[in-house]
Design a binder for this molecule. Structure first.
Ligand SMILES: Nc1ncnc2c1ncn2[C@@H]1O[C@H](COP(=O)(O)OP(=O)(O)O)[C@@H](O)[C@H]1O
Ligand SMILES: [Mg+2]
Length: 242
């Protein structure tokens, strides 16, 4: 079974086509990169895939379920948003407890998972620190832990490393690689090509709401006779003029 199947997905907002008949599929256990400059429609796509935003047309299935079926049991997906979704006024542990309780996870299981996620996200030492006091990279990792505390099979990561310095980005990659060895299906948006080449099995490049190229990094470089993914990205992903 495919983990994610998207067919002719479209979003029109106030008569403007934001996402334009995109189709792609992602295998179970694959890391799939959705690439594109700011404004190309990546977050809008994620919002539709995770059931936050109704598509204007087209279809999505996640692990064989439609968005409607999925909305009844959102347990299969985790959406790590571009903006932090946790509470700055709570400690790291309190945030994890809060998100676990929202998912209806019992006390004993919550304690187990908190231990596991603190370790996986390299936050054990920071468990009782106020979330507002964390560094940028730690905040991204806490945001991830809160969004996947229910251990979903399919994880959407929207720009997980944007604005972080290269060293901190590498810490996040290590966490993503661990999730991958855990057999999770991961869809990631990014515009750091180094990250994409390292993490993604396949990619799709979006431009102005459309998918303009897709394949492995190697296939794309060969197809367009370019040496670097940076060049492939630059070729397609021109900034969208508003
Ligand atoms: N609710 C909305 N109303 C109007 N325009 C929107 C809305 N959501 C997104 N857009 C526009 O759609 C385009 C794509 O946005 P987005 O999906 O956030 O792109 P990306 O995540 O690739 O940067 C942008 O031009 C944005 O301004
Ligand atoms: Mg975005």
């Amino acid at each position: 079974m495919k983990a994610v199947e998207v067919s002719e997905l479209t979003k029109v907002i106030k008569e403007r086509i934001i996402v334009d008949r995109i189709s792609f599929s992602v295998e179970e256990g694959e890391v799939f990169g959705l690439l594109g400059a700011n404004g190309s429609g990546k977050t809008t796509t994620f919002n539709m895939l995770s059931g936050l935003l109704a598509p204007s047309s087209g279809s999505v299935t996640i692990l064989g379920k439609t968005i409607k079926e999925m909305q009844r049991s959102k347990s299969d997906i985790g959406f790590v948003t571009q903006e932090d979704s946790f509470y700055e006024t709570l400690t790291v542990r309190q945030n994890l407890e809060f998100f676990a309780s929202m998912r209806g996870i019992g006390r004993e299981e919550t304690n187990k998972r908190i231990k596991k996620f603190l370790s996986q996200m390299r936050l054990t030492e920071k468990a009782d620190v106020l979330s507002s006091k964390l560094s940028g990279g730690m905040k991204r990792r806490l945001n991830m832990a809160c969004a996947i505390i229910h251990e979903p099979q399919v994880i959407f990561l929207d720009e997980p490393t944007v604005g972080l310095d290269p060293l901190v980005r590498k810490e996040i990659w290590a966490v993503i690689e661990e999730l991958q060895t855990d057999k999770k299906t991961i869809i990631i948006t990014s515009h750091y090509m180094e990250e994409v080449e390292k993490l993604c099995n396949r990619v799709a490049i979006m431009f102005a709401g459309r998918i303009v190229a897709s394949g492995t990094s190697k296939e794309l470089k060969e197809k367009f006779k370019l040496k670097q993914m940076e060049d492939v990205f630059a070729y397609f992903a021109k900034p969208v003029v508003e």
